[in-house]
Design a binder for this molecule. Sequence first.
Ligand code: PAF
Length: 283
Amino acid sequence: MNVIESVAEMQRIALKAKGEGKRIALVPTMGYLHAGHASLMHEGRRRSDLLVTSIFVNPAQFGANEDLDKYPRDMERDMKIAREAGVDLIFAPQPVDMYPPEFQTWVDVERLSLPLCGASRPGHFRGVTTVVCKLFSIVQPTLALFGIKDYQQLAVIRRMTADLNLPVEIADMPIVREIDGLAMSSRNAYLSPENRIKALCLSRAIQSVLESYRGGERDVLVLDRNAREQIAAVKGAEIDYLEFRNGATLELQQQADDQTLLAMAIKIGTTRLIDNCILGEDR
Ligand code: PAF
């Protein structure tokens, strides 16, 4: 498994492979890999001839007061996880090569980027779509894989890919959870042992809403109260957003149905965690 830093070199290898008729799969990441990333890699391995994972902590998707500088990084560990998952190439460019001083072109998905994380983190999705579009152009994948833990990100990337007629299939993979229910995330590394326990309020809120929904409750006000009670029961847990929206359009809903998305971002101390579920899906 090789690690490539150069943008030009990565694109040259990709274009050559594509010319030879190889199927390229891309798993875009910001590193600090975990079992969730590995599940994307295993699926990418199964469905491609050349499996590339990008490791790039993308400055363009972090706000001024966010955790860009302290975002966890461990290249040695990432290489081990990627190698074991069957990755052929790691693409790990430098920020200055992705965003040289003369850089001035951005990709912006308008409506889908506005609510939820887009409202809490202005400019975040513009950074995500721009870097993913660049990665598609550099790595030339026919398949790109994303986790549904970042549900809105996935929706925004699908929209961008369709709107710009990019010849890339977008595959999504289920949320991978720790045994106690916490959704895997690189940011879990920030949690103290005490906050790690508190963080279980996210999956508890989801479970509680799902039980209520499966029991026949459809009133979003009731389901919302239900979820908020689970978060409020934990001292130090603060709701950034907790919303019930249509899973396709991301519009707010008053009555829940099988396509309703429950999405939340909760701060546990200084760590902001996200989680979600679609009410009608098995999990
Ligand atoms: O989900 C992530 O890790 C990032 O947002 C992505 C898709 C790699 C873009 O930087």
